[in-house]
Write a protein that binds this ligand. Structure first.
Ligand SMILES: Nc1ncnc2c1ncn2[C@@H]1O[C@H](COP(=O)(O)OP(=O)(O)O)[C@@H](O)[C@H]1O
Ligand code: SF4
Ligand SMILES: [Mg+2]
Length: 345
């Protein structure tokens, strides 16, 4: 492949799932790419289509799903992969880590069997060699006494330890891309930080790219080179993470940033985003965010806004992007603004 071919390229991805005899759109024209070794964040509220994006990339959609667009891995069309090539893609090229580690282990199989199974089938490693490698991997993800852990069952491990086992299993095949779907959401804050640090270290040491999914914009900012904000199955904004936090281009991103609890601002009420998140299927005509957007005007409802390139900064799907640029983080007029001013003094 040429140097300009991204590791993963997702183009115009639209996905519909059958529900009660009709097709419901869950993703609409999703497009992005990930370069070798880089980390891209995918952020959005529940139901925005984050997991469906990952499942489409891994070709793990439910039966009856209708997909258009394309996904290329290292220049090859993932949707064209057949039997053996698809198996190799899932076993070697990409690895997945999920929010609920326990659901992806078999309660009656030991950790050691879970870890060595893929190595033995995919890499035809002899039993002893696979066990040795599994012990090394457990050690690498900071699990002490790995030989003992190999003999234990999933229920004997805490959520944090089990997620470390999942990271070890993901890294075992030396994939080039990790698809991490809210890997720390189910963990307490301290464990979350530990698991994140291990994931990042393994990623760096093995030179893997990562699609990191979270509903936590702050976490994405800390972890990802670039961040994509998804709403109702559509990409609403894409920017370098640091820039996105400083100068968001889309009102939805700004609303998410303003809804974060800020530890050092004691008295300010959180301006929660009014209304409820919508799915792609239920989204109104025009801008999907319009019913919750404090900047909405009639023209926002005229048609689905295009994803626009804003100078060098990034992309946003907002018809008012140019005129609103730089003002989105100013507090809305009203009681919240007055309280914020009060606290600032
Ligand atoms: N198996 C399924 N069949 C039909 N619809 C589904 C299925 N799984 C998820 N959905 C719907 O697809 C949309 C996106 O879901 P998902 O990607 O899981 O969101 P997220 O991960 O961002 O919370 C939601 O509206 C959800 O209800
Ligand atoms: S297009 Fe209009 S409604 Fe949609 S985000 Fe922009 S300002 Fe808000
Ligand atoms: Mg999800």
């Amino acid at each position: 492949m040429t140097a300009s071919t991204p590791l993963l390229r997702v183009e115009d991805l639209t996905v519909g799932l059958p529900v009660a005899g009709e097709l419901r759109t869950v993703l609409r024209d999703v497009a992005f790419e990930i370069e070798e070794g880089r980390t891209l964040g995918l952020v959005g509220e529940s139901g925005s289509g984050k997991s469906m994006t990952v499942r489409t990339i891994a070709r793990l959609l439910p039966d009856g799903a209708e997909v258009s667009g394309r996904v290329d891995f290292d220049g090859s069309a993932v949707f064209d992969l057949r039997a053996e090539a698809l198996r190799a893609y899932r076993a070697r090229d990409v690895a997945m880590i999920f929010q609920d580690a326990r659901a992806y282990t078999n309660p009656v199989r030991r950790i050691g069997d879970f870890l060595t199974e893929a190595m033995r089938t995919n890499e035809r490693m002899p039993k002893a060699a696979a066990a040795q490698r599994a012990v090394e991997l457990l050690d690498a993800v900071g699990i002490s006494d790995p030989e003992r852990r190999m003999r234990q069952y999933p229920h004997e491990l805490s959520g944090g330890l089990l997620q470390r086992v999942m990271i070890a299993a993901a890294v075992a095949a030396r994939p080039r891309l990790i698809l991490a779907d809210e890997p720390t959401t189910a963990l307490d804050v301290t464990t979350q930080a530990e698991v994140m640090a291990i994931l990042r270290r393994m990623q760096r040491e093995h030179g893997m790219a990562m699609l990191f999914i979270t509903h936590d914009l702050e976490l994405a900012g800390a972890v990802c080179d670039e961040t994509i904000v998804l709403y109702a199955g559509q990409v609403m904004e894409r920017q370098r993470s640091t820039q996105l936090h400083r100068d968001p281009l889309h009102p939805y991103t700004a609303a998410l940033l303003q809804a974060r609890p800020e530890i050092d601002r004691r008295a300010v009420r959180l301006p929660a985003i009014p209304g409820h998140p919508t799915t792609a299927y239920e989204a109104p005509d025009g801008c999907a965010f319009a019913p919750r957007c404090r900047f909405a005007q009639d023209r926002c409802r005229a048609g689905v806004p295009e994803l626009l390139q804003i100078g060098e900064a990034g992309q946003t799907r907002c018809v008012r992007a140019d005129e609103l640029r730089g003002t989105l983080l100013q507090p809305a007029p009203g009681p919240d603004a007055a309280i914020a001013e009060e606290v600032a003094r």
